[in-house]
Design a protein around this ligand. Sequence first.
Ligand code: NFE
Ligand code: MG
Length: 568
Amino acid sequence: MTTRITVDPVTRIEGHLRIDVEVGDDGKVTKAWSSGQMWRGIEKILVGRDPREAWLFTQRFCGVCTTVHAITSVRAVENALGMEVPVNAQLVRNIIQTAHAIQDHIVHFYHLSAVDWVDVVSALDADPKKTAQLAESLSDWSLNGPHEMQAVQDRLKAFVQGGQLGPFSTGYWGHPAMKLPPEVNLLGVAHYLQALEVQNYANKIVAALGGKSPHIQNLAVGGISNSINMDSQSVLNMERLMLIKGWIDKLDHFVKSAYMTDVPAIGAFYLDWAGYGKGVNNYLSVPDCPQDAAGTLFDLPGGYIENGDLATFKPIKTHNDAYFRDGVAESSKHAWYHGEAALHPYQGETEPNYTDFQDEGKYSWVKAPTFYGKRAQVGPLANVFVMVASGHEGAKKYLDEAMGTLRGVSGNADIPIAALESTIGRHAARAVRCAVMMDTLKEQWQKLVDNIAAGDTDTFNPPVFPKGEVQGLGCHEAPRGALSHWVVIENAKIKNYQAVVPSTWNSGPRDQNDELGPYEASLMDNPVADPKKPLEVLRTVHSFDPCIACAIHMVDTEQKEIVKVKAL
Ligand code: NFE
Ligand code: MG
């Protein structure tokens, strides 16, 4: 007999995601469906507007990856206009997006997914001294001492004695799939609480340059609105840059000494999860951190890898590389829109056609993107593989380091890199990427200081809109993966706007050929010990860091009525 499990909504994500699985007699998933249960109207709002203000709207796609749709949008319009952007503007944007990525990765692991693996209640049974010994043997993170661990356990006891677990009240505590010893659970809880403080330093960097966080204010098509003047107290000056440097150093210590060791150390107890969750293993990633005004040089490489084979790596060299630009299409065969054919984003159509949830038909507001007709997984795992395949030194170094910790703590020296193609591997890759982002952030900061010291204070080139039609593509390797915005501009007004978002790539339903999307494929064969507490399903889905708010933002280019809603 098969059991159908519906998880709706999946929590500890952004937006509304429904996951359905069928579990066979052997307790393993045999069928899976991923369904985006919300839709928005932001692309529609953009039609007819001034392209210079699009970023202010697209940034509101999401409350989590807040900077990314702003930066990608100005890049798309600049690309349509064939514009150059001052180097200072590129570097300030790079600092903002990199700091944001670090904040996002820290929060995802510690606050949105660690409790799938760390049993908070079991931490009450830990010996805090042993936890500290273990922690100090793994790294030099400064808050690993016995007093700290005792204080965390006391705090946890107070929660329990008070009859409430506070932020930990709804976990699957005591679930048979929880395998960490109490001491490691206490370590996880301690770093969960410390990470709440640390992630704030990344937000401060974003706010110091962007005006506020979430949702930065300092962008412009053509550059940034920050002024640079070393002799002024009220604009971007050395004092402000040194303040940012102080926050960068604090983040660096946590990322390198806590996050980079916690994930492989916890993963070492869950090596069985290196055998689940592979799913779609074509990997797509876009280049990022442009270094020159024309956007021809990038610090972080992009590319495509087929079937998990790094030897198939093909580079994507710029944000307008024809190889990427011509390969993307989106299908609505199983999404609640009219039309079955996969369409290129410049020709994208989004005519709603809601049908209720049909297992074999339409069942999601998310479209199914493909790259040259194939499904692709995006995100930190794709990004790390692409960086390693293209010879990025930092990625290779941190991947080696993480694999070393994993092999050391598990006592299994033979764990291959291919183990990363899994549920637990996506977490490990995110930690590795975060360490790479940390070094990238430091480099962007230093380059900005050097560029200003060399006498360049330019931050803005004014855009000029031609008569007639132009089209542009902007890309960004966002925390959840490859992001692209596609804009068609006619007589200085937006004619069409499409965003093909990381969570669309990963959470999309079956495509035009009925092939499963990455979430769906990754759930196949996952064990489910207790259908009433489908922790394993959450583990695999959470490992992608879902964001459904980003994934669905519909447009009706013909401006017909889309749906009637009752405002109560
Ligand atoms: Ni709303 Fe997002 C990211 C984008 S969606 S979080 O990262 O773009 O995957
Ligand atoms: Mg879209």
